[in-house]
Design a protein around this ligand. Sequence first.
Ligand code: 9UX
Length: 72
Amino acid sequence: LEETTELSIEGMTCASCVGRVERALKAVPGVLEASVNLATERALVRHARGAVEATSLEAAARRVGYEARRTA
Ligand code: 9UX
């Protein structure tokens, strides 16, 4: 079973930012797909249920330079 975690991402201003964040999120072990929307500043990350901690996703985005927080 899969689930989707939504993150808010701050600091993206161009399409290359989007690609950088998507690449970072996809590299987290257990992540199946990640899509980032520049306009809404949201990332949707699909992964096996219970297999990925939201804090790991936040950390991955922060490592490449963007503030990230799981949406409530
Ligand atoms: Mo675009 Mo984003 O020139 O950090 S890559 S602003």
